[in-house]
Design a protein around this ligand. Structure first.
Ligand SMILES: [Zn+2]
Length: 167
């Protein structure tokens, strides 16, 4: 065995135990929307792209393959609720409420209360034209994670089924 081989072997680390998949790996306040990516509760290979618009609360949810979410027919689905929860955790519920233009009394301000106000306003369901751009933001975010100096696998990539030729 050469020195080089020995050196490189010594650097191989045991595979890290995959982290528990984040329920909401990506959320941003952008383009007048709270938008992001929510992992499917049941299928590791599927993620949802969910969004709610500021002011109108128009919402959309579809899979990364652009199939409409079955839970978002006429009302916020669990993915959207999870997205709003995560947004409140990441950005603070006050900022999220202000961004969405939801008015909730300060002493009652929770992510749930913000969702309730929007649901009570009976928002309409938008199309998912924004999904592609949200999803590409997410992929950029993943690419960035890949450049972190780490030998651990990136479990986020497990969500993506092997690339197939579209024909
Ligand atoms: Zn959904």
């Amino acid at each position: 065995m050469s020195d080089w081989e020995r050196a490189s072997t010594a650097r191989v680390l045991p595979p890290a135990r995959p982290r528990k998949l984040a329920k909401v790996p990506f959320v941003e306040l952008a383009d007048g929307r709270v938008q992001g990516v929510v992992s499917s509760g049941s299928d590791i290979g599927r993620v949802y792209v969910s969004s709610v618009a500021a002011g109108t609360y128009e919402f959309a949810c579809s899979t990364n393959n652009n199939r409409p979410c079955g839970g978002a027919r006429g009302m916020f689905c669990n993915h959207i609720l999870a997205l709003l929860n995560e947004a409140a955790l990441q950005y603070g519920v006050e900022r999220v409420a202000r961004y969405l233009r939801v008015e909730v009394a300060a002493e009652e301000l929770t992510a749930q209360a913000v969702s309730q106000v929007m649901i009570a306003a009976r928002p309409s369901q938008g199309d998912s034209t924004a999904a592609a751009s949200v999803f590409s933001q997410f992929l950029r975010h993943l690419a960035y994670l890949e450049f972190e100096p780490s030998t651990a696998p990136v479990p986020e990539l497990q969500w993506f089924p092997p690339t197939r030729a579209v024909g």
